[in-house]
Ligand binder design. Structure first.
Ligand code: TGC
Ligand code: FAD
Length: 388
C-alpha cells in the first residue's frame, strides 16, 4: 500500500534544507492556521497578525538576499513554502505571495537602493504589509489599457485613478502601483498609507478567499514623492515580470490545497462503511482517488521542474503560464471530485473541500485567468496572438 502524496519520490530531489523549511511551515500551518481557518472563512475576516507570523517563519521574500531581510533561499524553497501555506488556505498563500512576489520582488528588482533599504527589511519581517495594484475596474486581463496615470509636478508626481480587486489593500501600509506617465509609459511607484487623497475601500461579500481582505486603491490627486517612483523599469514587462514570480508560486501553492483534500478523502474512504465495507473498496470511489493522485503527481513534477528552470534563470513566461493553468485546474478538480467521496459530510466546514474549491475559483481567475494562460500557450506554440 502506498498512501503517500509523494508518489514518485520527488522528496529525493529535495535538499535537507528544503525538507527542513517544509516541516517548519507545515508545523506553523497545523498549529496556527488549521484551528482558525474555518471560523475566519465563515466570518469573512482575515487571520489576525498573519503577516508578522509569516515573517517570523521566514515565509516572506524567501529568495530575497539576506542583506535586505530575506532568507536568500532558492526557488524550490519558495515553492515549497507556498505549497505548505496553501495546504492551510489559499488566503494564507495569497498573503505571502503578494508580499514576496508582487511587492518585495519589484522593489528589489526595480527599486533604488534607498527604496530597497527603506521597505524590504520591514516587508520581510511582516512589520509592514504591502499590496500590488495592477487591475482596474475596466482593465483586468488587458492591463495595458490602464487609465491610472500621473503627471509631473516639481519634486513629486500627482497620481489619479483607481485599482480594483487588490489583495490586502485594506490592511496595507504601502501599495506598489502601476500607472502611466505623461508619455503613456507604464511605471511603478510606491504609494504609502496616509498620503492625502489615497483610500483603500474594502470589497465585501466574496464567496471565495473569505479569510483574505480584498479592496480597491483610489487615488484622488495623490502627491507621491518622485523618490518613490521605480527608476529602473518602464513598460508592461515591469508588472508582468512580477506575475512570473507569483504565478510560479501558485503552481506549487495549489498543490497544497489538492494534497489536503486528497489526504482527508483517502482517510475518510477507508473509515466510512456502506453496504458492509469501506467505501474506499468500491471501484467508483477508487477511480476518484486514483485520478486525484495521478494528477497531483503530474502537477508536482511540473512545479519541481519549473523550479529548477527558475533556479537556472531559464523559465520562460509561457512555461510558467502552462504550469499555473494546469496546476490550478488540477487542484480545483481534485477539490470538487473528492468532496463527493465524503457524501454529505463533504459540504461541512469541518472538512476543507468546499473552502478550497471556493478559494480556487479566485486562484483560477487571478494572476491571469485560465483562458488567458491558454492563449499565452497558444501564442507561444503557433507564434500567432489570439488575444485581439
Ligand atoms: P504583450 O504585447 O504581450 O507584452 C508587453 C510587453 O511585456 C512583455 N511581457 C512579459 N514580460 C515579462 N513577463 C511576462 N510574463 C510577460 N508577458 C509579456 C512583452 O515581451 C512586451 O515587452 P516589450 O519589451 O516588447 O514591451 O502584452 P499584451 O498587452 O498583449 O498582454 C499580454 C497578456 C494578456 C498576456 C498580459 O497582459 C496578461 O498576462 N494579462 C493577464 C493579467 C494578469 O495576470 N493580471 C494579474 C493581476 S495581479 C493579481 O491577480 C494578483 S492576485 C494576488 C494574490 O492574491 O495571490
Ligand atoms: P476580465 O478581464 O474582464 O475577463 C472576463 C472573462 O473574459 C474571463 O473569463 C477572461 O478569461 C475572458 N477574456 C478576457 N480577455 C479575453 C480574450 N482576449 N480572449 C478570450 N477570453 C478573454 N489584481 C491585482 O492587480 N492585484 C491583486 O492583488 C489582485 N488580487 C485579486 C484577488 C481576488 C480575490 C481576485 C478575484 C482578483 C484579484 N486581482 C488582483 C485581479 C485579477 O488579476 C483579475 O480578476 C483577473 O486578471 C481577470 O480580470 P477581470 O476580473 O477584470 O476579468
Amino acid at each position: 500500500m502506498n498512501n503517500t502524496t509523494d508518489y514518485y519520490q520527488i522528496d529525493d530531489l529535495l535538499t535537507d534544507e528544503h525538507k527542513m523549511i517544509r516541516q517548519t511551515v507545515r508545523d506553523f500551518v497545523d498549529k496556527e492556521i488549521m484551528p482558525l481557518i474555518d471560523d475566519h472563512a465563515h466570518k469573512h475576516t482575515p487571520i489576525p497578525n498573519l503577516m508578522k507570523q509569516l515573517g517570523s517563519i521566514g515565509a516572506l521574500g524567501p529568495y530575497i538576499p539576506e542583506e535586505y531581510g530575506g532568507a536568500g533561499m532558492d526557488q524550490i524553497a519558495y515553492g515549497i513554502i507556498m505549497q505548505e501555506l496553501e495546504r492551510g488556505d489559499s488566503a494564507v498563500r495569497s498573503a505571502a505571495s503578494v508580499q514576496s512576489s508582487l511587492v518585495m520582488y519589484p522593489i528589489f528588482t526595480y527599486g533604488s537602493e534607498e527604496q530597497k533599504r527603506k521597505y524590504l527589511p520591514k516587508l520581510a519581517s511582516g512589520d509592514m504589509i504591502g499590496c500590488f495594484g495592477l487591475t482596474e475596474p475596466n482593465h483586468g486581463s488587458n492591463p495595458n489599457g490602464m487609465e491610472t496615470k500621473f503627471i509631473d509636478a516639481d519634486d513629486h508626481v500627482i497620481l489619479n485613478g483607481a485599482k480594483f480587486w487588490i489583495t490586502n489593500s485594506p490592511l496595507a501600509d504601502i501599495a506598489v502601483v502601476w500607472a502611466k506617465d505623461e508619455a503613456g509609459d507604464i511605471r511603478g511607484l510606491v504609494v504609502e498609507r496616509g498620503m492625502e487623497g489615497f483610500t483603500t475601500p474594502e470589497t465585501h461579500n466574496k464567496w471565495s478567499l473569505r479569510a483574505s481582505a480584498t479592496g480597491e486603491l483610489v487615488f484622488d490627486n495623490v502627491k507621491v514623492p518622485k523618490e518613490n517612483v521605480f527608476p529602473n523599469i518602464k513598460g508592461l514587462k515591469g508588472p508582468l515580470s512580477c506575475l512570473n514570480s507569483a504565478r510560479y508560486g501558485i503552481s506549487w501553492g495549489v498543490l497544497g490545497a489538492a494534497i489536503n483534500c486528497y489526504e482527508v478523502a483517502l482517510k475518510f474512504s477507508l473509515q466510512r462503511e456502506q453496504f458492509g465495507r469501506p467505501i474506499g473498496g468500491f471501484q467508483l470511489q477508487q477511480k476518484k482517488l486514483a485520478e486525484a493522485i495521478t494528477e497531483i503527481t503530474k502537477a508536482q513534477l511540473l512545479a519541481w521542474r519549473l523550479g529548477v528552470l527558475k533556479n537556472e534563470n531559464r523559465a520562460t513566461p509561457a512555461q510558467i503560464s502552462l504550469a499555473k493553468r494546469n496546476n490550478v485546474h488540477t487542484a480545483i478538480t481534485v477539490a470538487r471530485e473528492l468532496r463527493q467521496v465524503l457524501g454529505g459530510m463533504g459540504i461541512m466546514g469541518e472538512f476543507p473541500f468546499m473552502r478550497h474549491a471556493a478559494n480556487l475559483e479566485s486562484v483560477i481567475t487571478y494572476e491571469g485567468t485560465h483562458d488567458v494562460h491558454l492563449l499565452i500557450t497558444g501564442n507561444d506554440i503557433t507564434g500567432i496572438n489570439a488575444f485581439t
